[in-house]
Write a protein that binds this ligand. Structure first.
Ligand code: SAH
Length: 249
């Protein structure tokens, strides 16, 4: 694996305050506070030239809603680029983009700098997208009212891959999707809870056996819940044997 090297995230947003959800909490918040990655927020409204500070306008051709003006978005991206560096990749959040996943998060953390553009209203003028956007990303086949939360989700998923962000070096690798499988189930104290016991094997202290059980669980869950990720037919001989051993075939 090449060394991840993301060091700057820029965001173009009409609601920069929302990004406190990303910078003030949890492991990703700590990564930003400790300067493992810089975050700069640029508001296109700051470049508005009329007295109302408008950034949107009515759509050509009529119809409902308003459209974000291309020149203001370009001004904001240029400004973000001054802080992020000329080689920053510009990513527009849109339900029409490629659906974001774990592999994209791992790929994007290899870029030195990323600039996310969060849309509002009906979206962005298409000429801005054509001219200035390198990648369009969606967080799924549904529509939310702004690109801020989609951008935050993507940034969180990407920054987790920076070395040192998660407490334990292996955490990200063990998480769901990282190896094409869902995660195995987790248990903590107490040993018995409302009549349900922690699986015996986890108390055995036999690390090889525990690793085997966990892999069997991850395989079983993935096949049962996400046949798009893994099917029983695709299992190796070894994994088949593992499922048989744990009565999951
Ligand atoms: N008219 C647009 C939706 C606009 S929603 C369309 O149908 O394609 C307003 C903004 O919210 C979008 O510009 C985008 O930035 C953001 N957004 C909404 N749903 C999203 C999704 N699934 N993924 C990423 N961004 C989304």
């Amino acid at each position: 694996m090449t060394e991840p090297r993301l060091h700057h995230v820029g965001v173009v947003t009409l609601f920069p305050e929302m990004f406190a959800a990303l910078t003030d909490w949890g492991v990703v918040g700590r990564a930003f506070k400790q300067g493992m990655c810089d975050l700069s927020l640029v508001n296109p409204r700051d470049y508005a030239t009329d007295i109302h500070g408008s950034i949107d306008d009515r759509p050509y051709g009529g119809g409902p809603g308003m459209v974000m003006q291309p020149a203001l978005l370009d001004c904001a991206v240029d400004h973000a680029r001054q802080r992020a560096g000329a080689d920053a990749l510009v990513i527009a959040m849109t339900p029409q983009g490629a659906v974001f996943d774990s592999q994209m998060a791992k790929d994007l953390v290899e870029h030195p700098a990323l600039i996310f553009v969060a849309g509002r209203y009906e979206g962005m003028d298409e000429r801005f997208v054509e001219r200035s956007v390198d990648l369009e990303l969606s967080i799924g086949d549904f529509v939310v009212s702004g690109g801020e939360m989609p951008a935050m989700l993507a940034i969180d998923a990407i920054v987790r891959w920076l070395p040192g962000v998660l407490g334990h070096a292996d955490s990200a690798v063990q998480d769901s999707f990282s190896e094409g499988l869902l995660d195995y189930p987790h248990y903590t104290r107490p040993e018995a809870y409302c009549g349900r016991q922690v699986p015996e094997v986890l108390l055995s202290g036999d690390h090889g056996k525990i690793a085997g059980w966990r892999r069997a669980q991850a395989l079983w869950r993935t096949i049962a819940r996400r046949p798009d990720l893994m099917t029983a037919e695709a299992l190796s001989q070894e994994d088949r044997a593992l499922l048989r051993l744990w009565g999951l075939d």
